[in-house]
Design a protein around this ligand. Sequence first.
Ligand code: NAP
Length: 306
Amino acid sequence: MSQLYDRVALIGLGLIAGSMAHAMRRGGLAGEITGFARSAETRAVAAEIGLVDRVCDNAAEAVKDADLVVLAVPVGAMESVITEIAPHLAQGVTVTDVGSVKRAVIEAVAPHLPEGVTFVPAHPLAGTEHSGPRSGFAELFDNKWCILVPGDAPRPAVDRLGDLWRAMGSSVDEMDADHHDLVLAVTSHTPHLIAYTMVGVADDLRRVTDSEVIKYSAAGFRDFTRIAASDPTMWRDVFLTNKDATLEILGRFTEELFALQRAIRQGDGDLLHDYFTRTRAIRRGIIEAGQDTDAPDFGRAKAAKR
Ligand code: NAP
């Protein structure tokens, strides 16, 4: 693969930025990668493990002469970060972000951008429950989606960023910000909230001891605990900034839950069976689309498709 940017500056050096650094190196996609994180501890770890070519002591130095600047901090920190770096951005640079919410990031970032700077918001649909500079790995984005929310950004800059994400292993799609936020409220944000809630319920249920919860943790609950271990700052910001879409989906979720609750109370087995049949078909669709490569039945689905 060939180099797409001369100098990429990563602002924030956690899971996503770290994985981008590894993936860009794997493909030889950037001439130089600079990096900055707010804490001296993160910068020291990044330097020690050689996460990027040059760890800088301030954001201004990191973005100097960069042709791509990636904002990889929690959504609620985007505005303070762009305010800090805006005066130091080179003419013609593309700024992008990897935030999990798009409308709020655009509103936080766009007003601070100087003339001659292009903003192409992005969101890789890939992650783990781990965070920090040691958590990244080159394969994180392989066979995953990255959604670009280009608005009216110039086409060459959008296409070049799309090429970068493709070269890092992802498929690329484009959407407008509000649609992105609604789709993600359904597929990611509300499911995370449900996982947090379920683990909280188990924790509150004093008749079931902690050791029983751990000992008898069957796959369903275990998956919830993995999701509920996700970074608290990141997820706090997601719910605070994708409020409307999350509340909309949560309202629908509550209605469905009440319907199932009534079916259980009334012993309506047909309703439950029909409901679970419908949801099972959705799971099969996800496997067939190759969107859960960890699933034990992934290989079978691929073989069946051949
Ligand atoms: P992470 O591993 O926790 O790293 C976050 C980075 O942001 C750290 O370098 C941290 O610096 C810095 N940071 C935190 N608060 C800050 C603040 N107030 N001001 C300046 N810098 C700050 O997080 P991540 O998982 O890479 O997430 C980064 C972005 O990617 C978020 O916007 C998130 O919504 C998005 N995203 C995450 C996932 C996922 O599954 N994790 C998936 C897709 C998109 P220090 O280390 O110095 O504290």
